[in-house]
Design a protein around this ligand. Structure first.
Ligand code: API
Length: 261
């Protein structure tokens, strides 16, 4: 697909290739080639800008993982998508965006973009094995599947080797899973690393931050509050107001160009 215009952006280091409106339908092979960090542009995923057919919704975020697989939702992706719309003069203020997991609303600020994400659903317990450690975890649905594993005190977050995908229960997660490893920092303040389905370890994961925040809030016996989530790529905050949660953090566009893949 030669002559395709692209932009590059990230939200706390979770990086995406943005393909503006008019880009033809994508294939897994094309997405994997674009996300290749040596032979392509490089990215944790692709955000293709398309029109929504839903009433009152103008935009559809066609999100793909780096390996060319589809995912239902991408929280940092929505924030970068909204930043692109704003910089392209296509949106300002609050903009509804359709995703495969439903419609979310992005609130566009100068530095921060916040996404109204609905409420995650904590739906069970499972486990993951990483580096010989079998870790229990809490299953959370953020439109996409997550497993939140609290690390034992003796295990340092940075000691985990996430070059290899954690082994998960394939019966519990037949379509794969994003696995977060989390340690407490302070009250309603956690630090996490994440191994993402279809992308490997990333510096940040918005829906992952929502998942770990939901577990932290439940552990504190609360259903409203602001949870600070430190990720290797920076800091996200997740605010629960009782009706839904709001994922907030920086999102920037850093480059643009033309693909000749
Ligand atoms: N980085 C994304 C999550 C992508 C999830 C994707 N890896 C999946 O297969 O669900 C985020 O900020 O929410």
């Amino acid at each position: 697909m030669g002559g395709v215009r692209f932009l590059k952006g990230h939200g706390t280091g979770n990086d995406f290739v943005v393909l503006p409106e008019g880009t033809p339908e994508l294939t897994p092979e094309f997405v994997a080639a674009v996300c290749d960090r040596r032979r392509g542009i490089g990215g944790d995923g692709v955000l293709r800008v398309a029109r929504s057919s839903l009433p009152g919704v103008e935009w559809f975020m066609d999100y793909w993982n780096a390996d060319g697989s589809l995912a239902e939702m991408c929280g940092n992706g929505v924030r970068v998508f909204a930043r692109y719309l704003a910089t392209a003069g296509l949106a300002a203020g609050t903009v509804p965006i359709e995703t495969r997991a439903g419609v979310v609303r992005a609130v566009i600020g100068d530095e921060t973009i916040s996404v109204d994400m609905g409420l995650p659903k904590v739906y069970g317990d499972s486990s993951a094995r990483v580096g010989g450690l079998e870790l229990p975890g809490v299953a959370v649905d953020c439109g996409n599947p997550h497993l939140v594993c609290a690390l034992p005190e003796a295990v340092a977050l940075e000691s985990l080797d996430l070059h290899v995908a954690p082994v998960h229960d394939e019966e519990f997660y037949p379509f794969g899973v994003n696995v977060e490893f989390v340690v407490p920092v302070a009250d309603l303040h956690v630090s996490m690393r994440v191994h993402e389905r279809g992308s490997g370890e990333t510096l940040s994961c918005g829906t992952g931050a929502v998942a770990v925040a939901a577990v932290a809030l439940a552990r504190a016996g609360r259903d409203t509050g602001v949870v600070t989530v430190d990720v290797p790529g920076g800091r996200l905050t997740v605010t629960f107001d009782g009706a839904e949660c709001h994922l907030a953090g920086p999102a920037v566009i850093v480059a643009s160009g033309e693909l000749s893949l």
